[in-house]
Write a protein that binds this ligand. Structure first.
Ligand SMILES: Cc1cc2nc3c(=O)[nH]c(=O)nc-3n(C[C@H](O)[C@H](O)[C@H](O)COP(=O)(O)OP(=O)(O)OC[C@H]3O[C@@H](n4cnc5c(N)ncnc54)[C@H](O)[C@@H]3O)c2cc1C
Length: 392
């Protein structure tokens, strides 16, 4: 891959809205991505391997639990810092951002919010340092967009729970030490359980042959009569709202992350357009290429403003799930369209691993599907503004 010459666009001086802390956190993440992610990520994606060597670096830049209090090992930052870290990581690769999102919002968040003090003390510091990695099991083979239909279940056996079922499409599953698993009790109520690697009957086969998020490991979680200690149940929230609360936090991070992927594609295409000569001129001097670039920077700027305002609302604990859906849907769609346009601007070179664009484009096909598909987020907005549920 070519050297990482990334320069972040900031067309509306959004930096002026950031605090010194925001900028410090963002710049540390940006420098780390340039130094430790960009040089290895193309190779990892080509080999379809999660680069475990970056786990320590992710922990150091505060990507594991950015907003989790410091007493539990988190970085104790606000929501805008969290968003900026996700933006910078996804500028490097959506798969790396996925690993961080899962660890922070889907594993640490439920333990912090729904867990006991003992669970917080036991798991959060190890997850924040990257000593332990986590996964989040909601999706099942027959229940994706409709997780409430899940069949994974547990029975109360007196001194433990007996867990049975299977989860599919689980990020980090092949190497996770712990999994936060959503399952129904005998009354059909959804609860979160912490399952640890090594528990008998628990296995995590890897899913191969992905053309997207190749630098992120994805797999299954299979439970065959797994004895889960009673103290591993997350007691403070149950029902579908519990996993959806985690998804709100992760989707918010994705709304920022997608901007990073879009910025990288735009920046690469802009630089290429000034260097690539055809018909005696740089291709950036042709109106058609300028239209693409002008539309890209317009859409990136709109997405930045949407994410920033959402961050303010999150900081005030006022962001609604529907507002988060709108930002996730808009910003990922924006990024995937920019990746496709940028890819064309590089002509044949655009399909190679010499440039990051094709990798971003393929990654974003997962990002537009996971954490609620593009269609599902539209239905959430539709329900919010009309009051009519068009899901069923
Ligand atoms: C790489 C990757 C990593 C993932 N990581 C995780 C993870 O860590 N943990 C986890 O739990 N899950 C994870 N997922 C799963 C992801 O969240 C699901 O793939 C997603 O929710 C969609 O579910 P599905 O694939 O079963 O699609 P389906 O639900 O079968 O949807 C298929 C199509 O039907 C549409 N559709 C569904 N219902 C409706 C409706 N009511 N009205 C209109 N259209 C509808 C959808 O929009 C979609 O286009 C991951 C997925 C991928 C690809």
């Amino acid at each position: 891959m070519k050297p990482d010459l990334f320069e972040a666009p900031d067309y509306y001086n959004i930096d002026d809205l950031l605090s010194e802390e925001h900028k410090l956190v963002r710049d540390a993440a940006r420098d780390w991505v340039k130094r430790d992610v960009s040089p290895i990520i193309e190779d990892a994606a080509q080999k379809a391997e999660f680069p475990k060597s970056i786990i320590g670096g992710l922990a150091e830049i505060g990507a594991f639990g950015p907003y989790i209090p410091e007493e539990y090992g988190g970085a104790g930052l606000d929501q805008i810092s969290y968003g900026l870290i996700m933006q910078e990581i996804e500028r490097g690769d959506s798969g790396v951002r996925s690993t961080a999102s899962v660890q922070s919002s889907l594993v640490m968040y439920p333990i912090w919010k729904y867990g006991t003090e003992e669970q917080r003390q036991k798991y959060l510091p190890k997850l924040a340092s990257g000593e332990w990695m986590g996964s989040f099991g909601l999706t099942e083979p027959d229940h994706g967009s409709n997780p409430g239909g899940m069949t994974t279940n547990f029975k109360d056996m007196g001194d433990h729970y007996l867990l049975n079922g299977a989860k599919l499409w689980i990020s980090n599953s092949p190497f996770c030490n712990v999994a936060v698993v959503w399952a129904k009790n005998e009354e059909g109520r959804i609860h979160g359980l912490i399952v640890e690697r090594g528990m008998e009957g628990f296995s995590t086969p890897e899913t191969h042959n992905k053309w997207s998020l190749r630098a992120s490991a994805t797999g299954e979680l299979i439970f065959q009569d797994v004895k889960v200690p009673k103290e591993n149940l997350l007691p403070n929230k149950s029902g579908l709202g519990a996993p959806l609360g985690c998804l709100d936090s992760a989707r918010y991070g994705i709304a920022w992350g997608a901007i990073g992927a879009a910025m990288d594609c735009y920046d690469t295409a802009l630089r290429y357009s000034k260097e690539r000569i055809q018909f005696g001129k740089p291709i950036g001097a042709f109106q058609l290429q300028q239209k693409k670039l002008a539309e890209m920077i317009t859409e990136i700027t709109k997405a930045q403003l949407l994410a920033f305002r959402l961050g303010q609302l999150k900081n005030e604990d006022r962001a609604t799930s529907a507002q988060i859906s709108m930002a996730k849907r808009n910003n990922v769609d924006m990024a995937i369209k920019i990746a496709r346009e940028a890819r064309q601007m590089l002509g044949g070179m655009g399909i190679t691993g010499e440039y990051p664009i094709m990798r971003h484009m393929m990654n974003l096909e997962s990002v537009i599907t996971y954490e609620g598909t593009h269609d599902i987020h539209l239905l959430i907005t539709g329900l919010d503004i009309t009051g009519f549920n068009a899901f069923k």
